[in-house]
Design a protein around this ligand. Structure first.
Ligand code: C5P
Length: 227
C-alpha cells in the first residue's frame, strides 16, 4: 500500500478537454498535494511571445523564455509571468491557437521540464499535461492517461469559453482542439502518448466525481503503475 501521507508523485496526461485539470485539482485538494498545471507554463511562454511580437522561429524567443519567471500561487489557481497575474490571459483563443507551435520547440521544453522537475522535487505533487507520465516524472508512483471523444472535449471547452464570454461555435472549438491534438501527438519531441504503465481512463460518459473517485481508489489501494 502506497503511503499518500508521505512522498507521492501522481502524473496525468491526456489531450485538451479530457478533464485532467479539474480532476487533478480535486485530487490535490482531497489528498493535500501540490497541483502542477504544466500546460499553464507553455501557455505563459506563448503569451510572452505574443506580447513581444515573437513567433516560434524568432531566434530571441528561447533567450526570452530562459530569462522569464513563471510562478504559481494559490496552489496552481494563479500563474504569474514575471510577477504579473496572467491566469486569464493565457486561456484566450490567440494563445490556444499558437501554444502547440511554441510547445514543440525542444529548447523551450527543456527549460520548462527542468522547472517542473524542480517543483516536483518537493515530493508531494499531482501534475498534469502531455508528457508528465513519459518525460517529466517517468518514475511517478501513479500514472493516468485521460481521454474522451473529441466532440465531448469540445463541448467541455465551449462551456469554459462561454463562462469567459468568448463568442465561438462548437465546430470552431472542435477544429481548434483537433488541430492542437494533432500537433501535440505528432511532434518530434515529447509527443502526447499514453505511457506503457499508465492507467487509461475514458472520461466521455463519466462525471468529474466518478473520475476523481476512480483515481482516489487506485491511489488508496496502491494499484498505480499497473493496468
Ligand atoms: O493543458 P493545456 O490545454 O492547457 O495545454 C496547452 C498546450 O500546451 C498543449 O496543447 C500542448 O501544446 C502544450 N503542453 C505540452 N506539454 C505539457 C502540457 C502542455 O506540450 N506537458
Amino acid at each position: 500500500m502506497k503511503k499518500v501521507g508521505s512522498q507521492v508523485t501522481i502524473a496525468i496526461d491526456g489531450p485538451a478537454g479530457s478533464g485532467k485539470s479539474t480532476v487533478a485539482r480535486r485530487v490535490a485538494e482531497k489528498l493535500g498535494l501540490l497541483y502542477l498545471d504544466s500546460g499553464a507554463m507553455y501557455r505563459a511562454v506563448t503569451l510572452l511571445a505574443i506580447q513581444d511580437g515573437l513567433t516560434a522561429d524568432s531566434p530571441e524567443l528561447i533567450e526570452r523564455v530562459k530569462a522569464c519567471r513563471i510562478e504559481f500561487a494559490d496552489n496552481g489557481r494563479t500563474i504569474l509571468l514575471n510577477t504579473e497575474d496572467v491566469s486569464v490571459d493565457i486561456r484566450t483563443p490567440p494563445v490556444n491557437r499558437r501554444v502547440a507551435d511554441i510547445a514543440k520547440i525542444p529548447e523551450i521544453r527543456h527549460e520548462i521540464v527542468k522547472h517542473q522537475q524542480r517543483i516536483g522535487a518537493e515530493g508531494r505533487i499531482i501534475a498534469e499535461g502531455r508528457d508528465l507520465t513519459t518525460i517529466v516524472f517517468p518514475h511517478a508512483d501513479f500514472k493516468f492517461y485521460l481521454d474522451a471523444s473529441v466532440t465531448e472535449r469540445a463541448k467541455r471547452r465551449l462551456a469554459d469559453l462561454e463562462k469567459q464570454n468568448v463568442d465561438i461555435t462548437l465546430a470552431a472549438v472542435e477544429a481548434e482542439i483537433s488541430a492542437r491534438d494533432e500537433k501535440d501527438k505528432t511532434r518530434a519531441h515529447s509527443p502526447l502518448r499514453a505511457a506503457e504503465d499508465a492507467i487509461i481512463v475514458d472520461t466521455t460518459d463519466k462525471t468529474i466525481d466518478a473520475v476523481v473517485d476512480f483515481i482516489l481508489m487506485h491511489i488508496c489501494e496502491g494499484e498505480g503503475g499497473s493496468r
